[in-house]
Design a protein around this ligand. Sequence first.
Ligand code: SME
Length: 155
Amino acid sequence: MEKADLYKELEQQARNLLGGERDPIANAANFSALIWEMLPDINWAGFYFRKSGWLVLGPFQGKPACSRLQMGAGVCGTAAAKGKTLVVADVHKFDGHIACDEASNSELVVPLMKYGTVVGVIDLDSPLFNRFDQEDAKGIEALASFWVLASADIP
Ligand code: SME
């Protein structure tokens, strides 16, 4: 399947999956599972939520990961602090990268934006170098916006 079609399908399935559910954890759990099922060459997919200056682990698929990341540190913390999507072709060249799974070689982190503030991130890791491009970034950004719209605030 072409990447553009894959992301159209992913968003459609996300819409179908919600069925009016507003619980943020339930929706994050299902979105992680959907990304995991649909995107090839991914070894970790999940959510971190912003809580008192930290990013705290939310629902995910993949190996157990760091429970808590500092805002501004690593790929997730940098994306969250800047409110910007980060596409990292080689995580070993990213200053401060935090290795939760040694198999990860590239990474995509998309901030979850609500009312102009960052409430968390979606993080995808791949064992391939240069796995993610701008099309992946746009596709996951659309999914992130949809999660924010569909879900109530994180408690
Ligand atoms: N690599 C991330 C940490 C989270 S894990 O990849 C699940 C980072 O540098 O922020």
